[in-house]
Design a protein around this ligand. Structure first.
Ligand SMILES: Cc1cc2nc3c(=O)[nH]c(=O)nc-3n(C[C@H](O)[C@H](O)[C@H](O)COP(=O)(O)OP(=O)(O)OC[C@H]3O[C@@H](n4cnc5c(N)ncnc54)[C@H](O)[C@@H]3O)c2cc1C
Length: 492
């Protein structure tokens, strides 16, 4: 099957791109689960844009540069941030129910690292509201064909080296297919689920990074993985306990029930996110534990019910009552600041291949992401890549070259995804050192050898081989940066 545009991933970045293409173009959008899926509907806070009278683009730029440890690309981030107000307008055109003040203005909240109120939001479930509205628009767009349960396993190039197709596995029909397209876009999201402790959806396994790398795309900043300090440490999907719980006076306790944050920073639980995350990781090491405790009982049942209903509800669904119990928490892999290097038109360095959203690296985030800058990047870059595609000369259709032959895996030594996650958590997490990273690299190289370049009749193994490659690329990047910067913290 041939499409003008093939988008791999239907989160906010893929959906923004699809909905910005003209109805005259045929568009196919793949996802591993039905829409809305990925991290986008999980986003809580909102989207940053300079809209307040007191605010300015210069201040948003300064805050973003500061958060990113001055590693971001100042020219690129200026353009992306300048386009944020139009991105908000575009969301409103798609009927996204953003919160408003009594006089009808968009309500702006403030988050850590922002010097001004500039976060547009829909209560505390912004991603869900955005994706519900865009899903409705997508259903009305006859030119966009959505294919859920379809996993991209390899990009295919034509004789000129242009990416012009993708091999997929359709989990519902249990069949392989090769789809061709004039333009192929990776919008596969982040890689947090390569870690044992993650806030990300199960689909965030970084496959897009390896897909692009295997056809020669340039990658950038993969070592910068942002961790959120307090993710509920229980069975089931990761759930973030908002930093406001600490802001309101919650305590972090060690294995003996002792407050430990004052030992690490005079601001105790109110220290910046990365300091709290590293203190928790250090304390867990000292205690030989895989979590610490969050105690918010003293905030009172009424405050918890009134201000933190979601956290209370989520805890109760896992048998934990924040009003009466300490709850186990641990830092969780949250956001990948790096990815496939693109320009401001959404193009990777490989002809025909685009990347948008969390899988891409435009240079906006630098070494650490400023809160609420990622949803804005998804919309701005999704729309920009659509413009690029529309303005391209039509391509001539040339045959796809066949994929390379793969050897069967050495079944005696096959690793598992949980072993990979444990390895990444232990050695490539918040606190990194040379010995740990080298051990991780060695293990990953053994596992990559064991699984081979992926056997073409086993989709699970093919996907796992992509995940291993991405993990290996992250470790390579972390080893290549011996000094700490932003979210990358080297102990030695
Ligand atoms: C709990 C949480 C809260 C957050 N809160 C905020 C916030 O308030 N503000 C903010 O700016 N950011 C927030 N973020 C970050 C933000 O949500 C993400 O960076 C953003 O949604 C990523 O969007 P995306 O479209 O790039 O990817 P996603 O929304 O993750 O979508 C990825 C898509 O790719 C598909 N996919 C993946 N691999 C394959 C494959 N091999 N083949 C086919 N399809 C594939 C998936 O099925 C999915 O459709 C939060 C993240 C989390 C986890």
């Amino acid at each position: 099957m041939h499409s003008d545009v093939l988008i791999i991933g239907s989160g906010l970045a893929g959906s923004s791109l699809a909905l910005s293409l003209p109805t005259t173009m045929s568009v196919t959008m793949l996802s591993t689960t039905p829409a809305p899926c990925g991290a986008s509907p999980m986003a809580l806070g909102g989207l940053a844009a300079v809209l307040g009278a007191e605010d300015s683009l210069e201040q948003h730029i300064a805050d973003t540069l500061e958060a990113g440890a001055h590693h971001a690309d100042p020219d690129k981030l200026r353009e992306i941030l300048a386009a944020a107000p139009q991105a908000v307008q575009w969301l409103l055109q798609h009927q996204v129910p953003l919160d408003r003040t009594v006089d009808g203005q968009l309500h702006l909240t403030r988050e850590g690292g922002h010097s001004q109120r500039r976060i547009v939001h829909a209560a505390d479930a912004s991603g869900q509201a955005i994706m519900q509205a865009l899903t409705t628009s997508l259903k009305q767009a006859a030119h966009i064909r959505q294919r859920p349960y379809c996993q991209a396993l390899a990009l295919r190039q034509n004789e000129q080296g242009r990416v012009a197709g993708v091999d997929i596995y359709d989990q519902q029909n249990r069949s392989y297919e090769t789809l061709s397209a004039d333009h192929v876009v990776l919008a596969t999201g982040g890689l947090g689920s390569l870690y044992a402790q993650s806030s990300n959806p199960a689909s965030a396994l970084g496959e897009g990074v390896a897909l692009a790398w295997r056809v020669g795309a340039q990658l950038r900043d993969l070592e910068f993985i942002q961790f959120h300090p307090t993710c509920l440490h229980t069975q089931g999907p990761g759930f973030l306990l908002t930093e406001a719980l600490r802001g309101e006076g919650g305590y972090l306790l060690d294995a003996q029930g002792r407050r430990f944050m004052p030992d690490y920073d005079s601001r105790a639980e109110l220290a910046p996110r990365d300091i709290v995350s590293r203190a928790i990781a250090s304390q867990m090491r000292l205690d030989g534990s895989d979590h610490v405790w969050l105690d918010v009982r003293h905030l009172g049942a009424e405050t918890l019910q009134h201000h933190f209903p979601r956290a209370l509800e989520e805890g109760l669904s896992r048998g934990l009552d924040l009003r009466h119990d300490w709850v186990p928490v641990a830092p969780a892999a949250h956001y990948s600041c790096g990815g496939i290097q693109t320009d401001l038109l959404g193009r990777s360095l490989v002809p025909g291949l685009y990347a948008v959203g969390e899988v891409a690296c435009t240079g906006l985030h630098g070494a650490n992401r400023l809160a609420s800058n990622s949803l804005l990047e998804c919309v701005v870059m999704g729309r920009a890549a659509a413009q690029t595609i529309v303005s391209c000369e039509p391509t001539t259709h040339v045959n796809l070259i066949p994929p390379p032959q793969a050897k069967p895996a050495n079944k005696t030594a096959l690793p598992t995804l949980s072993a990979l996650r444990a390895l990444m958590q232990e050695h490539v997490g918040l606190l990194r050192n040379h010995a740990g990273l080298s051990h991780a690299l060695e293990s990953l190289e053994d596992w990559r050898d064991a699984i081979g370049p992926a056997h073409p009749t086993n989709p699970k193994q093919q996907a796992f081989s992509l995940q291993l490659d991405t993990a290996w690329l992250v470790v390579q990047a972390a080893l290549a940066r011996p000094l700490s910067l932003g979210a990358h913290f080297r102990m030695n």
